[in-house]
Design a protein around this ligand. Sequence first.
Ligand code: BES
Ligand code: ZN
Ligand code: ZN
Length: 507
Amino acid sequence: MEILFQTSRATAIETGLVAAIGFVREQDALASTRELHASGRELFEALNTATRGWIEDVFLRGEFTGKACETALLHRPAGMAAKALLLVGGGRRANWNTAELRKAAGVVLRTAKSKGFRDVCLLTEGEEVNAAMVSAIAEGALLGDFEPDAHKTDPKKNEKVVDRFYIQVPPRHTLDNALVRGTVLGEAQNLARTLINEPANLLTPQKLAQAASDMAARNGLECEILDRARMQQLGMGALLGVAQGSLEPPAMAVIKYSPAVSPLSSSAHLALIGKGVTFDTGGISIKPSEGMEKMKYDMAGAAAVIGAMQAIARLKPSIAVTGYAPMVENMASDRAQRPGDIVTSMNGKTVEVLNTDAEGRLILIDAITYAIRNGATHLVDAATLTGSIAVALASVHAGLFTNDAEFQKRFQTAAAAEGERFWPMPMDEEYKEMLKSAFADLPNISGGRYGGSITAAKFLEEFVEGKPWIHLDIAGTAWLDDAKPFLSKGPTGIAVRSMVRLAEDWL
Ligand code: BES
Ligand code: ZN
Ligand code: ZN
């Protein structure tokens, strides 16, 4: 799909579908459609006239109320060049924010696609379109376009595609870079989603590592893949203990971005670390069979890092960023580690593996130590780490854990600007006290059932050596069980754009 600008007036645009989102607010009664916010008024009047009052009609009848993501479709509008007009509801807010625009663009794209329109134009007439809005629209269209059906063989599935997505802008504009940025972010998230969606038989740790180095080669980044022998040399006993149960060898991708001119003001070196368990059976502490197929998405953190590094390579922020993606398959076998095994991590601390299903933290700690040894000054990790985070926050917010309030503020600002939600979780010392082993420095799980996502974070914190660090538990948010009007079922690509924004806005 191409994303292009369109500068004609709404009624003259000749695409299959044109979509109006600007003025369509949720209204209590038709009376208030007459009190449209000023910028939407003009477009409303133009389209209502061109459709001989259809817009007023659908509001009056209550067929359409303007709720967020609600749609109404009119075929062959009399006074328009387009074949159809789509209204997309904008909810109650008076002005569009980028989060809503991203979703609305996704709704437009998915509606156009499902109805067989090959080209569509999103109208912005009367609005003051700025760069952030254009980025969000382009990105939303790309996100909406993703389908998790790569392995379906029905040739008909390719019949319904949108070839061209137009964004209406004023004739004289300076929005080209904004369109590029939105495209870069959308493609980065879709790359992550494509990887997450792959089943574990097709996407082994080796294949995921190959995908990371292919991405790096395509985008001019350096990429090193650590293999088992190298990990043994480095003493990554925690990661290797998880990997030993699988015939598939582990890998760690290290993807490097250095800014062309190193910033004088800051010597910061950001590490992005992602959990890459290509399949999590639980190991000997095996998971129940129900829903286990979903554990192919246990590498969503690694995929997010690979996607983010692609966007970073293209957007060229002025901070050094290295991506680390430890990759293993967590299997049960005669070679698998056992509950009670004691492993030595790269930083020398010993860990008693009380539960082989708490494997994510074991591979992350060796990646964290390796990142610090490589000069990381700030760490962000993203991991589908615990089921508990979904118990606490459902799929609305991901969990955020940190040891540094200032770094948290910086990250939250980036996340808010990108419309991603991370809820700060407590990190009191009492949670650390729940991690007690009689036989090693630390156990990999706490005694009780409660606060599981927090004790997991406290476990990781033991390895960050006091560096500013943020842990994102994305177990509840990386996979969408039911499609939304703007997003397919399946992988969401969460954390990609917040990590990219963090790097972009560093200075
Ligand atoms: N990969 C899982 C966490 C997970 C659960 C991700 C559900 C996505 C959806 C992780 O490795 C795990 O198994 N965690 C255990 C930890 C427990 C053994 C302390 C969990 O959450 O149950
Ligand atoms: Zn597990
Ligand atoms: Zn896991």
